[in-house]
Structures are given as C-alpha cells and as structure tokens.
Design a protein around this ligand. Sequence first.
Ligand code: F6R
Length: 267
Amino acid sequence: MEIIILKNAESVAAMGGELLGELLRVRPAAVLGLATGSTQLALYRQLVEKHLAGDISFKHATSFNLDEYLGVAADNPQSYRVYMDREFFDRVDIDKQNTFLPYCEEGQNPRLVGPRYEEKIRQAGGIDLQLVGIGCNGHIGFNEPSSSLRSRTRVKTLTRQTFKDNSRLFSKEEFQPKLAITMGIATIMDARRILLLATGESKAEAVSKMMEGPVSAMCPASILQMHERVTVLLDEAAAAGLRNRDYYDWTYRQNESLKDRFGIDHD
Ligand code: F6R
C-alpha cells in the first residue's frame, strides 16, 4: 500500500484530483470506478474545476459506480445516480450513456443486476482505477463486516451502524433504504488500481484496522493489503490511529515524483 498523509481534507481531494487527472491525460478512455459519500464531494469539486480549466476531459471515459440503493428510484434525490449527476456527471463532459450504476429497475429481479453489472464491467475491459471511501466499520462499497472477501456484485443489507451513519442525509419523512446493490470485494479487487480516500477522526479506527490489522472479513477494507496497487490518501485526523506513521511519512518523502508514485504505465 502506498500511504500518503496530508494536512487536511482539501489536500486529500487536491491530491486525488491530481492522480485522476494524470490517469486521464495518459489514458483518455479510462474506465473509472467511482464512489459516492461525503468524502468524495471535495474530490468531485476538484475534478470539475480541472475540467472547467481545460486540464482534463472525461469525454472518452466510462464509469462504474460502486453501489446504488435498492428500492430508490433513479430520479429520487437520495439515489446515487442523482448524487453522481449533480456532483459530477452533469458538470463535466462525460457521455452519460457511459456512466453506470448497479441500479435495479422496477420489476427487475435484483439478484440479476449483479451478474449483469459484472459482465458490463468485463465488456468495458475492466476498471483502470477504482475510487473508494471507507465506512466507520471498515466497509468498502456496501460490503459490510462479514462480507465474503470473494464476493461479487450483489444485494447487501446495510448494518445498523451504516444505516445510522447515513441517516444524517435523510429527512424524517424520507424513506431510508436498508438494502443496496454493491460491487463485491472481489469486484473491487479486480480493479487495476485502487485509490482510497479517508478524512476525519471518525475514520481513524477503521483506517488503522484496514492498514495495520489482520486481513479479515470483519474489516472488509483490510483486503486491500492484498492488492498490488493501492494508494491511500489520508488527512491527519484519519491517520491519527496509525502505529507505523513515521515509516509512511519517511517513505512518502522518498517518492518525489508524482509520476513515479502513481506510475501510469500499464497500457
Ligand atoms: C459510497 C460507498 C461507501 C462510502 C463510505 C464512506 O459509494 O460505497 O462505502 O464510501 O460509506 O462514506 P462517507 O464518505 O460519506 O463517510
């Protein structure tokens, strides 16, 4: 794992924007795995700014989101489709026909959505870079603790904690889903690169378990220890629980060139 600890959430988003921008410049038709959640908002703002400044284009890119709520219509303001359109897709030049979420149409069997989504990812040539956040309980996507480390895209039930964590985003009158369709852990692990962003003290414990704890289904993000190319961008607060901190900083200082660090060389 490549671990980069930065001053604050803004620097994390800025570095994330640099890394994604670099990938798109080298590989304009990149297949991006995208995530939602509060952490990613600043990153999308960065990407939009870069696009408006003429630095990057998403015209030839394709995207697959990690997850989508089940039982929430695509045009519901709480859907991840609306989040993605509002925060990102509608503000850049990506062709929306090439943006996918694991959405279950009304009347469709939700169990069929996962295998079809996986097939679509395969047809696109696989994911070049998967963006992920981390839940306070160590989830990635909606792969909650105890998820199979070999799982593929499927229906998952959110834990009570995730349900509670996300309740801040729903008003009292709104339906808050307990089910979602999420890429599986094996699906995420298939990505050629993974970029994980975590900010804020509420993530400190999950981050230390992910990086310095045992690989365990009880901390799904810990499987990333087994991936060859993971970059973890943390702010000081999210890094607060790391025991090996000194080594991460020391290593980072040795790697001066962004290109060397991210090495866009797999074409
Ligand atoms: C979102 C997702 C989740 C979030 C995680 C962190 O698509 O899959 O795993 O990345 O719950 O969410 P925030 O950033 O809101 O703390």
